[in-house]
Design a protein around this ligand. Structure first.
Ligand code: G4P
Length: 281
């Protein structure tokens, strides 16, 4: 799904989040494990300041394992619960209920002292487009889920999914906007395919990616495409075009096609598990 964000859309999204946040105890925030900072909207910290929070580093199957561990630690140091996840698979979901209970322990304890027993934790999923919110809800809720329907007077128009006896999930995720005023963020989100390629052209993105890979994942381009990577990014892209037979009429190199191949290989994980940013960079 493509989103075009305008100030009006952002105000509306924020208003909806503010409304939904009143109904819940816990925000399950999804970020993309390949760009855990760029795929966050910092407004969530203000919006959800009195709520428990679990941060899911989703698409961890595509991200660098060592860096994902560093990111999880970084979020934990900030006081959040952090879990690595591949939302498409049930694997990794197993421990999540325990993490949710742990994150809401204070609230559960408060309820207990007031004599409220077994009131389920209410949660909502939030994140920028394309981080895997719908996929997560589908996998986490699974087939066993039962929609609880509207609750008259309290949550008019809201649907809750009862996950088990201790957790209820709002069935529509909160959609946040990315920080596109920051060019590096825009570039990284375009690299992972979260914002449209037209915003930045594919060749420009491919050259950025080559520069990054040479510096952070030396040897990777050479291994996959069999071309020298110890050269200017434009020459390396030419090498990829040659090795993949990307030629225009007149046997000129087709840089655009080579860019598309490189970006596709990166996005699909064929280049390997790669994380584009480190904590605090
Ligand atoms: P959203 O609601 O936050 O906008 O995201 P959505 O669930 O629609 O997921 C966006 C894309 O990311 C989907 O791919 C989805 O399959 C993929 N995805 C979600 N979670 C993971 C994950 O943990 N790992 C990987 N590798 N991919 C994930 P798509 O290409 O848009 O659709 P499709 O190919 O699945 O049909």
């Amino acid at each position: 799904m493509n989103y075009q964000w305008y100030p009006g859309h952002m105000t509306k999204a924020k208003r909806m989040m503010q409304e939904d946040i009143k109904l819940i105890d816990l925000i399950i925030e999804l970020v993309d494990a390949r760009v855990p900072a760029s795929s966050r909207n910092p407004d969530i910290d203000e919006l959800g300041k009195n709520k428990s929070r679990v941060i899911l580093l989703n698409k961890a199957d595509l991200a660098d394992e060592a860096r994902s561990a560093q990111w999880a630690e970084y979020f934990r140091q900030k006081g959040y619960f952090a879990v690595l996840l591949d939302a498409r698979s049930k694997m990794g979901m197993g421990g999540l209920n325990g993490v949710i209970q742990e994150a809401c322990r204070e609230k559960i304890e408060r309820d207990r002292k007031r004599g409220i027993l077994n009131r389920p934790v209410r949660a909502m999923v939030a994140g920028i487009p394309n981080v895997g919110k719908s996929t997560f809800i589908n996998t986490f809720a699974g087939k066993a889920c039962a929609k609880t329907g509207n609750r008259p007077g309290v949550t008019k128009g809201k649907q809750w999914i009862r996950l088990n006896k201790s957790v209820e999930l709002l069935d529509t995720p909160g959609i946040l906007w990315p920080k596109f005023e920051d060019q590096t963020v825009g570039m990284r989100l375009a690299l992972i395919g979260s914002i449209r390629d037209e915003i930045l052209n594919a060749e420009e993105l491919a050259l950025e990616l080559i520069g990054f890979l040479k510096a952070s994942y030396a040897g990777l381009i050479q291994n996959r495409y069999g071309c020298a990577e110890d050269a200017e990014p434009a020459c390396v892209l030419g090498g990829i075009a040659e090795s993949r037979g990307c030629l225009l009429k007149g046997r000129e190199l087709d840089y655009r096609k080579a860019s598309a191949i490189l970006l596709d290989d990166f996005r699909s994980g064929k280049l390997g598990r790669i994380t584009l940013e480190n904590p605090q960079t």
